[in-house]
Design a protein. Sequence first.
Length: 470
Amino acid sequence: MAASSAPAGLQAQANCPICLDYLRDPVTTECGHNFCRCCIWQSWADLSDSFPCPVCLHPGRERHLRSNAQLGRVIDVAKLLHISRSKRERRDERHLCEKHNRVLTLFCEEDLQVLCPACVRPPDHQGHRVRPAEEAASQHRQRLGSYVEPLKRQLAVVRQLVATQDRRLLELGEQVQCQRQKLASEFEHLNRSVARQQEAALSRLAEEEKDIQQKLCANITAFSDHVSTLRGLLKEVAERSVMSQVKLLTDLGGVRGRCERQEPPALYSFQLRREGCSLPPQYLALQKIIQRFRREVTLDPETAHPHLLVSEDRTSVTLVRERPSVPQHPKRLLTDPVVLGSEGFDGGRHYWEVQLGDKSEWAVGVCEDPLSWKGRRPLSGQNRRWTVQLQDGAYVAQGAVPVTLVLKEKPRGVGVYLDCELGEISCHSWNDRSRIHSFTDAFSEVLKPYFCVGRDPKPLTICAVRDLEG
């Protein structure tokens, strides 16, 4: 072990730190470093006040050098042991300053670069903190080592972000596919609705055509009969014109009367009723409301007027003229043929539908819970119920202020949408999902579905959720 390290030790003592070759006329500085005499004098050639050691920068006020003959003998031993390497080989391994042709043994902390001993004195590095490269390398190696774990953590975080983005890419595909399916479903539903409207419009058009054809044919027949009458009368007049005087004057008044009273039938004119697609723009929005907020609503028999008969499944109510006596109940309504829903709503959004058929009187909507009236007359204030009704052939929105409605056609059913947070109640027609009327108010009590059958004995029926889904 000692034998293998001896050549390396001799080589370190035999080489000049400046020229990297064997020491020639070796001299030693005050700090104990050895140089070629010519190399150290050349290094100090431009200096006059201070003469630092090129290796450790130990300041020296004078060019104090002492000859080192003993080191010269060591050099001879190194040469004999063939442990030296050529100057070219050494220079290939260690960087040299191109300006001063010296080995780079110092490190500037301000500019973070390796310098030769002569580079620390020019103005570019004057006043900078400079220290040996080995010491600086050791410290910065430790500092670089401290970056390893943070960089690994950052790498792990970035990998997680990449994985998250990959998942989001998959989620994007799933959401787009879901949107495609929803759009396809909505357009399919819309196409079915348009097809139903088209079928109904074509059917109405065919019926109107048939009716007009019948009337036109009847008018043509009337004209044909009139033509026949005129021809007969013309023949009779022509024959009388050539008769004798007595025959000509016989019953002349009757002939003249028929001639003067002849009038052609009235010409029948017609104008086709304009048909078109009347799909409202809010149709799809209402469909989403129905699908998301539809509720199973039933009737509360305890609130039914004594002349109302509620079905066993509590979905239908009918007006009866004679009914066995019913027990008294504090919730029972006695003024109008009204029944309330069993469900009470004090928040959220809810939707239900009522089938009306061809009833001539009805009222559908929402009212405050009778238990909150606290002894006041039920429904005495207009602000306690919000309904759409048909009475005496007129449609009226009954709220804080009654509003007369004009509908294009009689609704076969009414959908009620209640939004407690927004304070809004909307009623929609079954026929084309168009909005009949909307109420806006502040709701402070529990709200219940309101159903009035009027004087019409035909039943009023609540649609089940499965019916709404269809």
